[in-house]
Design a protein around this ligand. Structure first.
Ligand code: UDP
Ligand code: MG
Length: 331
């Protein structure tokens, strides 16, 4: 019986301040799990350098040199958290049985890994880490995040509440994820779409260990906007609906203007002027919306560009080996 090979996937952008500590804690945790026979001694921590401008990559390369437990992927430029994470997951996919993705800043609780592995053992292919409370976040971040999850669901995207990107994915789930050709990537929306049996592990979210958040408000808003627009053409449909609504109202308004004119309440030319403004406005918006519908359809079809470019991989284990999954043979 062979214990499962785990890859921890950690996207890093300018994380030189926390990386040594993150590496130390992960080494401790994984070594303990290896000694207990829960995971294979071939397991790895895969850091993805997302085009950092500081010494992040040098630190990763040094860690790899000192200990083969640490591997690294270096992207050719900064592509954002989601793309960096995907690059890591796709690199890990061919080398392992399970991946667990985690932020570099130690906000996610490393001890939750035990719970993840237990759920996997019970047959879950995807396990979501869910924050049990958001007390370490500012009121602003908490309420905007909550509003965002609500809005996402309203727009028809199945997202898990209070789940960031701390999650376990097994090889079959990763293989399925690889078939999604999204360019505007929003993993929190795609992973539930991939399906499979899934589970949830609650954990306490900590403060960032060191350094600044790499998600200032602007980036967060654009992340939320991407999340919505890459999953639904609902905003376009709203334009169509608004156009249709205004068109209908304009017909009613025309009727009222006509009656007013017949009763003699209006100045010369007023009814025709008002009527045409409303009618043309409504028709224009409707036409825009219909055009948008087609653009939306095209948009959904053309997502075929590569999502990241890997410059270099530091990892000793061979890619593409076939591994039988015998998750129930664990100790
Ligand atoms: N990150 C990344 N590329 C970016 C921005 C962030 O790989 O362009 C990584 C970052 O290093 C961290 C994770 O994404 O490991 C989450 O970022 P952060 O902790 O700054 O976000 P927050 O927790 O404040 O939402
Ligand atoms: Mg963070």
């Amino acid at each position: 019986m062979r214990p499962n090979k785990l890859y921890m996937v950690i996207p890093c952008y300018n994380e030189e301040e926390v990386l040594p500590e993150t590496a130390r804690r992960l080494r401790e945790k994984l070594t303990a799990l290896m000694e207990a026979g829960t995971i294979s001694p071939e397991s790895r921590v895969l850091f993805v350098n997302d085009g950092s401008k500081d010494h992040t990559w040098e630190i990763i390369a040094r860690l790899h040199q000192e200990n083969p437990l640490f591997s690294g992927v270096c992207l050719s430029r900064n592509r954002g958290h989601q793309n960096a994470l995907l690059a890591g997951l796709m690199t890990a996919r061919e080398r392992c049985d399970i991946t667990i993705s985690m932020d570099a800043d130690l906000q996610d609780d490393i001890e939750a890994i035990d719970g993840f592995l237990k759920k996997y053992q019970e047959g879950c292919e995807v396990v979501y880490g869910v924050r049990s409370s958001r007390t370490t976040d500012t009121v602003f971040k908490r309420s905007t995040a909550q509003g965002f999850y609500k809005l996402m669901r309203l727009m028809g995207t199945p997202v898990i509440d209070n789940h960031a990107d701390f999650r376990l994915m097994s090889r079959p789930a990763l293989d399925a994820l690889a078939q999604f050709g999204e360019v505007n990537l929003f993993l929190r929306g795609i992973v539930p779409m991939v399906g499979f049996k899934s589970g949830i592990v609650e954990y306490e979210r900590h403060e960032r260990f060191a350094g600044q958040s790499k998600y200032p408000l602007g980036k967060m808003l654009s992340f939320a906007f991407d999340g919505i627009t890459s999953f639904s053409t609902m905003p376009i449909r709203l334009i169509t609906l608004a156009g249709f609504g205004i068109f209908v109202v304009s017909l009613l308004a025309l009727l009222i203007f006509l009656v007013q004119k017949l009763l003699g309440y209006t100045v010369q030319g007023w009814a025709t002027l008002m009527g045409s403004i409303w009618l043309i406005g409504g028709l224009q918006l409707l036409a825009l919306g219909i055009l948008g519908e087609y653009i939306g359809k095209i948009y959904m079809e053309v997502k075929h560009r590569p999502r990241f470019v890997i410059e270099r991989v530091l990892d000793d284990s061979p890619a593409g080996e076939t591994l039988p999954a015998d998750r129930n043979g664990w100790k």
